[in-house]
Structure formats: C-alpha cells, structure tokens
Design a protein around this ligand. Structure first.
Ligand code: FES
Ligand code: FES
Length: 164
C-alpha cells in the first residue's frame, strides 16, 4: 500500500491505496464520488474524465498514486454555493443529453476545451470532444451547449479558477 495526499473537489484526503489502483476506482470506491463513471475498459469513451490540476484526464488512465500531491476536480465539485457551473447550465438549457451516462465526462472535457480556447469554432469543439463518446445524442446539442457556454464566458469552476 502507498500513502497519498490528494485534494478532491476542494477537500484534502490522506489514504492508503494499492499502487495499481486507478484514479477512477479511488474516486468512486474510496471517496464515494460516483458522479465520475466508467463507460468502457479500453480508455476510449471519456465518461471518467476529471480535471487533474485543472486539465482534463481520463481517470481510468491515471493511477491514484499519480494524483498524490495534486488537485482533482470531479463533476461533483463544479457547482458552487448551490449554483450549477455555467457548462452544466448550458447542457441543461440545450438538452445536451439523453441517458446522461457520458455527461459528467463530457462536461469536464468541454470545460477544458474552453479553458484552452474560450472562443472555439464548431469544428474546434468537435475536435476537442473527440475523446468523449456519446451513444445517444448524435452530439449536436452537446456542441450547441459548449457554444452557449462559450458565449456566456464559462471557463473552469471557481475553485480551479481561483488557483490559476
Ligand atoms: S471509462 Fe475511462 S475512457 Fe472509458
Ligand atoms: S447521453 Fe447517453 S451516452 Fe451520451
């Protein structure tokens, strides 16, 4: 077992983990952060996307020990003071989901896309989201939501923004 210190959604945790434990399993099973979901076993669906020090990563592709000393933000850490993050609001407004399984990862990735480029073209949004699969929507409303969020000036959550 290896001891890690990690901050998740603004709260510090000190835990013993197996060196092979994936970050997604640590988040879900040790911390109960089940908003971060697993949609494949091949690292290609993006459903497990979280932010590690403000940049999106597929948490099934990162070991928990690699998060030692770092800050993780999950979909559960985006709302501030009971207010949804602008990207969450945009997904709601644009009906950018059906079953919702891809949505946590899609929102985390979409925020990363706007952090990189606050005014992306439709093509740039589609390229930015290409690592996230949606089996329901056909992507149109997801792209619209990211465009709406871009128009509202949405970037990272206040917590991440405060640290950058
Ligand atoms: S569960 Fe991580 S990419 Fe699919
Ligand atoms: S809304 Fe069902 S997978 Fe995207």
């Amino acid at each position: 077992m290896t001891r890690i210190n990690v901050t998740v959604d603004g709260v510090g945790y000190e835990d013993e983990v197996e060196p092979r434990t994936l970050l997604v399993h640590y988040l879900r099973e040790s911390l109960g952060k089940t908003g971060t979901v697993i949609g494949c076993d091949t690292s290609n669906c993006g459903a497990c996307t979280v932010h590690l020090d403000g940049r999106s990563v597929k948490s099934c592709n990162v070991l928990a020990v690699q998060a030692d000393g770092h800050e993780v933000t999950t979909i559960e850490g985006l709302a501030q003071d009971g207010e949804l993050h602008p990207m969450q609001k945009a997904f709601h407004n644009c009906h950018a989901l059906q079953c919702g399984y891809c949505t946590p990862g899609m929102i985390m990735q979409a925020i990363d896309v706007l952090n990189e480029n606050p005014d992306p073209s439709e093509e740039q949004i589609r390229v930015g989201l290409e690592g996230n699969l949606c089996r329901c929507t056909g992507y149109h409303n997801i792209v619209k939501a990211v465009q709406e969020a871009a128009g509202s000036g949405a970037t990272a959550g206040a917590r991440e923004g405060a640290q950058s």
